[in-house]
Design a binder for this molecule. Structure first.
Ligand code: BGC
Length: 810
């Protein structure tokens, strides 16, 4: 069952009922200011950090939604919201358009229609809403509109943990009908939030209690029922901004109200314009740019142009509409969102607990380095600056301070290699080798600054210096699978697996890290070659060879790659185990690294995946699922069978299997693996899936789960990046390399022709692939601007060039 449709031309998903299985959200914002907005107007906004600089309040873990920016229409005794929530009066017409960086919710009832168009403009720290009201009757209509949102008390954690303080600190100012939220401004802050309209309101409230009335909430606010705000000024408790407008529209008349919710900052010495009166100049300056419909239109056009530019870098023209829709729009859009937010703020992550993940951010970058290379460069340098002097990593760092955060655990031994992965991807995309010379500190200590190349060297060295008894890398607290905690034994209820003691001297080893080493240390060695570091190249290549041999020896189980060795030296992911006999990760990573391709073991491992791990909705993490809690394996076994890392379908690693299939030339299977988790192909099961049908979720319940096929943790997942890397570089096969663009499609004959347009290092390549004989892989002939080229690498063209390429498969 579906709850809406894709409008590919407008690049929107249009939701046609407010009663979706879960709130279906969109992200607004580009760099500093972000809003989450659901199809019913729920959500919240923050500036840079959802914990410390959150503007509006949201209550997680409540029946949906837990807050939002709501408009109420009071038409006689009838009260309704254009987004249905929170009053939930039935609408005669409803649609929610989630587009690229904007959302427009339209509702109609009783002869009035209201369109709430919301976006975060480029370059200003604010959210703009244009509310368009239209009298659809033949008679004059007088009615009221109330706009209401609740401010957050700044440290969003205090909202749950120390709200007694907030009950006394809340302060606002009202000036010219605008509400300024200045809680804590009297002390150490010089920033505040503001909310205003371009039209002077006929009333306001800033106290939630006054607006809602005792024992009421936003679903039945007393002020709206009464038809009058009371002009309340909040002193502590819960500050809000509610504005009231008394309007009259002629038959057919339309009227716009524009609202700006913004974040403003003053230099500390210019905090006040008079005693106790905040300096409002920055707020007024922001608001002045969104006063008129023409200004709003211009900002929306700029936003559209911004996305046109980004999505013009990689696009495909082909007969499969779903593939086009994903490649041209939703894959890349989700990649940018995950790059911006890592795993911090979603419907499933509160934004208060986690910073930017080290491995997460490195992987997110793989999906959008082609779109925003400048920001990717900056991100690489930020991440590298948190690296520890021994090459290790903080698992997470805080976006505001850009400092590593040990409170959430460390010692994940795969982390450093992801830095190599993303720097190499950046170099393939940009050719900007100068980045390797950038002097970057370790652990943010300026004294320790060393070239980025030295950071990569220590990343690779970190693995080499931590080898276990089988010649495989020590796993530390965990590797990519955060929940496979082989050196941590937790028996204490409620204890965090991420911070529980990581036993020193632990000998648990990871085949996954071994696979990563073979792949990424080899990429590092390629950089050494470029830099003329012959001795180092030799040393690293020898280590890669040894690692490959160890994988083929201790890491091979007979028909697939083992997952690990535990603290006691027993294999994990082996036929010797009673449960968890085979895992997805090493099959994907080892084959992507090229291990076992020559001797048929790669094909055997992928066959085992197909036979043992595959399901209708994707490949599960392992089989059989763990049915009891096992302290020697950790969090993985804490989940009921079929959920999360305990044999759930972890979408992030499914593309690894698809890429691995392309490595052995099985295009049909590669495309099937891609399709099984890909949102556009799952549209018809939206009711089962429950999360947004336009983006990936982190996890889909596996076949052992009672709710097989149900998705969770939508939006912020490493799946976004890997799925796009897979489809763009391996299935469609247009892959950036240091010396040019490789054309190496592997699509299994599903498409007999397609054209990829790719902007790469300043030139535009139009690459038409023809597959007259329906082969699964292999380019038989390549012509570049009419001339035949040996092999399948398109040489670099000068910036500005437009290059026409034809590749014939066969
Ligand atoms: C984490 C990733 C991790 C994955 C698998 C996600 O929640 O953000 O870093 O690789 O789970 O455990």
């Amino acid at each position: 069952m579906r709850y809406g449709y894709f409008d590919d031309r407008a690049r929107e998903y249009v939701i046609t009922t407010p009663e979706t299985p879960l709130p279906w959200i969109n992200y607004l914002g580009n760099q500093d200011f972000f809003s989450l907005i659901s199809n019913t107007g729920g959500g919240y906004s923050f500036y840079r950090d959802a914990k410390l600089l959150r503007l509006t309040r949201y209550r997680y873990n409540t029946p949906p939604d837990g807050g939002g920016h709501y408009f109420y229409i009071k038409d006689g005794a009838d009260i309704w919201n254009p987004g249905w929530q929170p009053v939930r009066a039935p609408l005669e017409r409803y649609a929610c358009h989630h587009g690229l960086g904007y959302t427009a919710i339209e509702g109609a009832r009783g002869g009035l229609s209201a369109r709430q168009e919301v976006f975060v403009p480029l370059g200003d720290p604010c959210e703009v809403t244009r509310l368009t009201l239209r009298n659809e009757t033949g008679a004059v209509k007088s009615f009221q509109v109330f706009s209401a949102l609740e401010f957050c008390l700044w440290n969003a954690v205090d909202d749950a943990a120390n709200f007694q303080r907030n009950y006394s600190t809340g302060e606002v100012e009202v000036e010219d009908g605008a509400v300024y939220h200045k809680t804590e401004y009297r002390e150490r802050r010089s920033h505040y939030a503001f909310f205003r309209s371009n039209c002077p309101p006929d009333g306001f409230d800033t106290s939630r209690d006054a607006f809602c009335g005792p024992y009421r909430g936003f679903g039945d606010p007393a002020a709206v029922e009464r038809g009058a705000c009371s002009g309340s000024i909040a002193h502590g408790w819960a500050p809000i901004a509610a504005l009231q407008f008394d309007l009259t529209l002629e038959p057919g008349e339309e009227r716009d109200l524009i609202f700006v919710l913004g974040y403003a900052e003053n230099p500390p010495e210019e905090k006040w314009s008079a005693p106790d009166v905040i300096n409002k100049a920055p707020a007024l300056s922001i608001a002045s740019r969104y006063e008129t419909a023409a200004q709003v239109d211009a900002a929306l056009i700029a936003l559209r142009a911004h996305w046109d530019g980004l999505l013009g870098v990689y696009s495909v023209d082909c007969a499969d509409r779903k593939l086009r829709r994903m490649v041209d729009i939703w894959h890349q859009y989700q990649c940018v969102v995950t790059f911006n937010l890592s795993r911090s703020a979603s419907s499933f992550e509160s934004g208060t607990g986690r910073g930017m993940g080290f491995r997460d951010s490195c992987q997110d970058l793989l999906g959008c380095v082609h779109l925003i290379p400048g920001r990717a460069r900056e991100r690489i340098l930020d991440i590298a600056a948190t690296q520890l002097p021994d090459g290790g990593a903080y698992h997470q760092y805080q976006p505001l301070t850009k400092r590593g955060n040990n409170d959430i655990g460390g010692g994940f031994n795969d982390d450093p290699l992801w830095l190599v992965a993303c720097v190499c991807a950046y170099l393939r995309e940009t050719g900007d080798f100068a980045i390797l010379d950038e002097a970057i500190p370790f652990d943010n200590d300026p004294i320790s600054a060393a070239p980025l190349m030295e950071h990569l060297r220590r990343s690779v060295g970190y693995t080499m210096e931590r080898m276990g008894p089988h010649g495989l890398p020590l796993i530390g607290r965990a590797d990519w699978n955060d929940c496979l905690n082989l050196n941590c034994f937790s028996t204490e209820p409620g204890e965090s697996f991420q911070t529980v003691e990581n036993r020193s001297g632990g000998k648990a080893e990871s085949v996954l890290i071994a696979g990563m080493f073979v792949k990424y240390a080899a990429e590092y060695a390629d950089l050494c070659v470029r830099l003329g570091l012959a001795e180092e190249t030799g040393k690293i290549r020898a280590a890669v060879e040894r690692m490959e041999a160890a994988v083929l020896d201790a890491g091979w189980d007979g028909a697939w790659f083992r997952r690990a060795y535990d603290y006691f030296g027993s294999p994990v992911g082996s036929k010797e185990c009673d449960e968890g006999q085979i895992y997805i990760e090493p099959q994907g990573m080892c084959v992507m690294a090229g291990i076992g391709i020559d001797d048929g073991r790669a094909a055997m491992a992928l066959k085992s995946v197909e036979e043992r791990l595959d399901t209708e909705y994707g490949v599960v993490v392992h089989q059989p699922a763990y049915t009891t809690y096992r302290p020697e394996l950790g969090e993985i076994s804490s989940y009921p069978p079929g959920y999360k890392e305990n044999a759930g379908i972890f979408c992030h690693v499914n593309p690894w299997i698809s890429i691995a299939e392309t490595a052995i030339g099985r295009g049909k299977r590669a495309f099937e693996v891609y399709r099984k988790t890909c949102p556009a192909y799952l549209h018809d099961v939206s009711d089962l899936h429950r999360t947004e049908p336009y983006v990936y979720s982190q996890m889909v319940a596996g076949k052992d789960a009672p709710t097989f096929g149900e998705a969770k943790n939508s939006w912020l997942t490493g799946t976004a990046a890997w799925a796009f890397v897979n489809v763009s570089q391996f299935l469609l096969g247009v892959r950036p390399e240091l010396d040019g663009l490789r054309v190496d499609p592997c699509m299994g004959g599903d498409l007999d022709a397609f054209t990829v347009t790719r902007k790469f290092r300043g030139a535009t390549y139009r690459i038409t692939v023809q597959n007259p004989h329906g082969v699964e892989r292999g380019v038989r002939a390549l012509t570049v601007d009419g001339a035949c080229v040996e092999g399948n690498l398109i040489p670099l063209a000068p910036p500005g060039a437009e290059v026409h390429v034809t590749a014939v498969m066969g």
